[in-house]
Design a protein. Structure first.
Length: 133
């Protein structure tokens, strides 16, 4: 697999501007401009795999110590926690802990569809959100 045509440094620079979930749409626009077409973030340790149009991958190292992901998903609690995060009331680590407690294993972002999809441990989509463009 060839390395993607964007760097982790470019992604880190874009991500450094994110203060809360409210900043997420502008972050997505910026990394899309860099050439990111899709990415997956894993709640267990916060690492992310970024892909370009040729499916080349660049990934980040873990961001925190491994979390325990609940076996059963709790969509209702997750949606409340997500809304709280998007309103800027929680930081990223708190949001990831909330995801783990609600059984969210990962989320994926598709730049073509401008969607963010949250999945449980069985691979079931718990929520698909359209990212404001």
């Amino acid at each position: 697999m060839t390395v993607a045509n964007f760097t982790l440094e470019q992604i880190k620079t874009a991500h450094s501007k994110v203060r809360s979930g409210a900043d997420f749409p502008s972050y997505i626009r910026e990394i899309k401009h860099l050439g990111v077409t899709f990415y997956k973030t894993y709640v267990i340790d916060g690492h992310t795999d970024y892909f370009d149009e040729n499916n080349n991958k660049t990934n980040t190292p873990p961001k925190y110590e491994p979390l325990s992901i609940a076996q059963e998903s709790d969509a209702a609690t997750f949606k409340v926690d997500l809304k709280t995060h998007q309103q800027g009331q929680t930081d990223y680590l708190t949001f990831c802990n909330d995801c783990a407690k609600s059984g969210i294993e990962k989320w994926t972002v598709c730049m073509d569809k401008m969607t963010c999809t949250y999945y449980d441990k069985t691979g079931a989509a718990i929520l698909v959100e359209v990212i404001p463009g």
